[in-house]
Design a protein around this ligand. Sequence first.
Ligand code: NAD
Length: 356
Amino acid sequence: MKIAVLPGDGIGPEIMAQAVKVLQALGLPMEMEWADVGGAAYESSGHPLPEGTLKLAQAADAVLFGSVGDWKYDTLERALRPEQAILGLRKNLGLFANFRPAICYEQLTHASSLKPELVAGLDILIIRELTGDIYFGQPRGRRVAVDGHFPGAEEAFDTMRYSRPEIERIAHVAFQAARKRRGKVTSVDKANVLETFQLWKDVVTQVHSQYPDVQLDHMYVDNAAMQLVKAPKSFDVIVTGNMFGDILSDEASMLTGSIGMLPSASLDKNNKGLYEPSHGSAPDIAGNGVANPLATILSAAMMLRFSLNQEAAAQRIEAAVQKVLAQGLRTPDIYSEGTTKVGTAEMGEAVVRALA
Ligand code: NAD
């Protein structure tokens, strides 16, 4: 098993070191190769996604990614900013399905901003389409308006679009994922006002006929945003487009207390994937040894499950994370009175010990 390890910027290298420690402790035949990405790559070679890093990612069976970005790069031209590395990897590796589980661990229910009874036992999976929608649709740009409310004024525009095959493939991913869970898919759209999402709804409904064992509901995105904080446990799998998924998955992440706990996976059509924590590079705490490494460690577990076919090893890591939480170990972001505060490396070492 060949893994490309891309630690990136900010807390990326600190949290990645812990995930690698955990993977190595499993004793599986794995080859890991490191490369710079994001700001680190810009510093070393003048580009956030150098040719060598992309080639390594393409040749690997899976990519384990830390995080990229720092405010000091905000004035660089867009193509050279660290975040472009993620977009470049998604595009070049054909990663169209983003999996963001939102799981509320029993020991952390108090860390959620919702009442404990609303989130205790929460386990939902948001599947976001990653390569289409208004984020990539052409044409886009700025111009002088020739019509509309203010002809002659400067205006900007983007294009929302989805094709039938793009919707079909993400719908299949969602129904297949639901089969391995509680068998329910909620497709989130805005079909009441957007043509793009009327097609989305029609296609998801048609694909559903191949999955009679899975229950399908449709929900408008505004209602979904509301239901996520009103009754989050009513969901199992949510499938939606790129922009709605971007927003809803961040909303769902806060249900669980800390973004430092949430892994994610972005998969291609053959289940090759890029695995990364849901959070960013946290420049405000980078270098202090206090970042929570569990999201990255849990991302490594997802990598074992989805891309490397190592379900037992994935479960071992997840059980070890549960165990350290049950032991009361907490990084500062999830700390509460009566628990034991630990740093990034101590948390990683505790997970390694708990594997045994
Ligand atoms: P962020 O996720 O980096 O940080 C938000 C807050 O959460 C901060 O207070 C941070 O300290 C905290 N936090 C994040 N991860 C944590 C962890 N593991 N343990 C403890 N606390 C943690 O988001 P931001 O501050 O908006 O962005 C910072 C940089 O990260 C920006 O340059 C942004 O573009 C980039 N970013 C990168 C990715 C990615 O690499 N996929 C995703 C989001 C943001």
